[in-house]
Write a new protein. Sequence first.
Length: 202
Amino acid sequence: MKQEPMSLIMERDRLEGVGMSDRRPWELWPGALLIALGVLFLLDTLGEVSAGRVLGTYWPVLVIAAGLLLLWGTGRWRAMGPFEKVVGDIRMGEEEWELRDTETSLGIGDLRLDLRRARIPAGETTIRIKGGIADIKVVVPQGLAVSAQGQVGMGSINLLGHKADGVSRHLSFSSPDYASAEKKVKIHTSLLIGDTSIVRRE
């Protein structure tokens, strides 16, 4: 009897061993959506819920979820992660604190960073912020030398009054005295979708 080449046997075993746990999330969502709709319409038939009301209220959530899974499939969303916080808000700087090189990230939500109460060391301090679908706002005190860079897949950027909005935008700005300043802060922001704002306040 003629035997199969070992490479064909290994490939056949590999394909036969592929199961649900091996599939990526964006490959599963169409089936999961059909199951969810089937359950919803079943409950509607039983009189437990109104399918029309549920769909009318939550259809934007379905659109957002589908978009996120498609972004994950293209690799853009995965390139942003992993996130320090997946969903929610991040607040930093509401009390006095010692500023150090900082890197933080948020999947979906709002991030607020206030440097007015920060004790800023001599030299250059770097802050890196990245987000998926988020709004980022950084407040810096008057007189602080700042170098800022922002990029967004879709949304707007405001760096101390210098603005850009639209699709695939990148903007940078540095204080005139940044190179010679004793204390200075470099801020890098990166968003998939949303708004970035760096402003000065007393």
